[in-house]
Design a binder for this molecule. Structure first.
Ligand SMILES: Nc1ncnc2c1ncn2[C@@H]1O[C@H](COP(=O)(O)OP(=O)(O)OP(=O)(O)O)[C@@H](O)[C@H]1O
Ligand SMILES: [Mg+2]
Length: 423
């Protein structure tokens, strides 16, 4: 890997397209420029207008190129919002030799991993695998290890969680993207997985944590147990419903509703200054109207609570269907990220709903390889997915800098795990 490289990262959300120009210097990233534009041509139901979406993406790339120069990047990481992402468990086995044990090489391991999720090609809506998270390997049906390399086996099996997306949705997006970035090898990642990795600490992922990516159209719920993402569920009710409610109840436009929510909104029943007056324009754009912080907070609270309740239900259902990891106990902490997490008061309501420890997550609150950059990006929960796209383990980068460093640190533990077959 070259010592230095420039990376373009894009997060195509249904509200905003976020772009970063990032420089990697050895095992450290620096965000050198960033841009965000409102998304056009794509919403909760998917791609609506290719021309409009292309223009939105182009304007983000142009903004970055204005600062960085044309074609500044050697590598591209992309995520796009979609309702078809899924995380599921899969197992695969390969017979290496029926007579004599064979030493397991990296090629053997990669071939085995590449076979994961293969049957999906016969389904009516095939899926495409974007990430693999191996849990453990089984050698000759008996010996369980976390790293099979250099061991000998006649038969090797893997148990892994895989993250997939609908192949047809992926192909449409990939085609569009390759029009802009034809000469570059584009790597796609799942946005909420990216966000999940960048906002959580290693200890949280190990102990078990629910991550909520509170976006405009979707709230994606991700569960980590034993340091691995074990489920991913999409609640199709995002922040746009909060905005809709405010616009309906106060009889104002969507843009005016959004303006007062983002400047004065509060997501719990107890805003700090409840009788403060909030002024806004009625639907005609001229008549001045007024409400109080408390009234505004009640409208926001009602919908937010409903969304969080759904997210909790989905998380617990997904978790209870995981027989294997269930013995570890339900995660007792929740991290909320995405643009919706910027709403003050959200942690109070979420703590009440989840009856757990809840915090807001940004790239600044997670453990990952060092990423430097402007505060508006690193401390901004709307940028979690786009920054996380740098740190999430991808298929192509099974040995990313983060992974290699981690491996080095836990090598003695790995050694004992292999020696004694610990899980
Ligand atoms: N300061 C703020 N306070 C409250 N909400 C905010 C704030 N800033 C942005 N939002 C809301 O967050 C949402 C955008 O979040 P985000 O950028 O994570 O969405 P997205 O990734 O485009 O959507 P999705 O992932 O659902 O496709 C919008 O609904 C916006 O109104
Ligand atoms: Mg998003």
């Amino acid at each position: 890997m070259p010592k230095k490289e420039n990376i373009l990262v894009l997060d195509l959300g249904t509200y905003g397209i976020k772009g970063l120009a990032v420089q990697r210097i050895a095992d450290r990233y620096e965000v050198v420029a960033y841009a965000m534009v409102r998304t056009r041509g794509m919403d909760w139901s998917g791609l609506k207008d290719v021309v409009a979406l292309r223009e939105s993406i182009e304007s983000v790339i142009m903004e970055l190129e204005d600062e960085m120069g044309r074609d500044f990047y050697q590598k591209v990481r992309i995520c796009f919002s979609d309702s078809s992402y899924a995380v599921s468990m899969d197992t695969k086995e390969v017979v290496l030799d029926s007579e004599n044990p064979v030493e397991i090489t990296q090629e053997i391991q990669e071939e085995l991993l590449n076979n994961l999720g293969k049957e999906s090609a016969f389904e009516t809506d095939p899926t495409l695998m974007l990430h693999i998270f191996p849990m453990q390997y089984v050698i000759d049906d008996v010996k369980v290890v976390v790293n099979p390399l250099e061991l000998e086996a006649k038969k090797l099996a893997v148990e892994a969680f895989t993250a997939t997306v609908s192949a047809s949705r992926f192909n449409t997006m990939n085609q569009l993207i390759s029009e802009f970035l034809p000469a570059v090898d584009n790597e796609f990642v799942v946005p909420s997985l990216a966000a999940g990795y960048v906002v959580t600490t290693e200890a949280e992922r190990e102990r078990g944590v629910f991550v909520l990516d509170f976006g405009h159209s979707f709230v994606n719920v991700l569960g980590f147990v034993n340091s691995i993402p074990v489920f991913h569920e999409t609640v199709p009710i995002g922040f746009r419903y909060v905005i809709k409610d405010v616009s309906r109840v106060l009889n104002t436009s969507i843009s005016e509703a959004e303006r007062i929510i983002t400047s004065k909104g509060f997501a719990s029943m107890n805003p700090p200054d409840p009788s403060e007056i909030v002024e806004y324009y009625a639907l005609d754009g001229r008549t001045r109207r007024a409400t109080t912080l408390r009234e505004l907070a009640i409208i926001i609270y009602a919908r937010t609570r409903e969304i969080l309740n759904k997210a909790r239900r989905v998380a617990l259902e997904a978790f209870s269907s995981l027989s294997r990891v269930y013995s570890e106990g339900v995660p007792t902490s929740v991290v909320i990220t995405g643009g919706g997490a910027k709403l003050p008061g959200l942690t109070d309501t979420a703590t009440d709903v989840f009856k757990s420890f809840v915090r807001i997550g940004t790239a600044n609150t997670g453990s990952h390889i060092p990423i430097e950059g402007p505060d508006e990006v690193i401390n901004n929960s709307a940028y979690s997915a786009v920054i996380g796209a740098l740190t999430v383990p991808t298929r192509a980068g099974m040995a990313t800098p983060e992974k290699r460093r981690k491996k080095k640190r836990s090598s003695i533990l790995d050694f004992f795990r292999e020696l004694f077959g610990w899980e």
